[in-house]
Design a protein. Sequence first.
Length: 178
Amino acid sequence: MQVTVLTPADAAAYRELMLEAYEQAPDAFTTTAAERRAEPEAWWIKRIGSAEGLGTCFGAWQEGRLVGTVAIEYSAKPKTRHGALILGMYVQAAQRGRGVGLALMQAAIAAAAARPEVLMLNLTLTEGNEPALRLYRSVGFVSWGTQPRAIRTDSGTDGGKDGSFKGKVHMSLALARG
């Protein structure tokens, strides 16, 4: 397995993997597969970003196939430039338990740590996702709160009266400096 920074040339593979993610783990994301399927190629290329820009996407490759991904979004605003957001983490089911998620998180943390202005990494995960919670804790993230009813997990056809919801657990990691 190899972890690399994704480039625009990887957009088709990234799109395919993320559409799988939205379908296979719908409760893990605040976006639906249908929403993302409608996005043009330019959106996916922008989402990939670049190692130097405000967004960087990493991919885990196994025998030439993209099997996992995670992204970082950096802030351009002076008052929030010290923080970055980890998002879009997904590893194919057949690759889980093999260190792919750990390698992706280590790459993301190292990339953020290489930017002197970034002092804190933040992420959210859906309540009840114990494997993700264990992974994030293993690399030093700490839970600090849960947003109740953060995502709707049913079709929403009842007009919001009796829907199923899950909370989002907020986690942070202070990057060591000096």
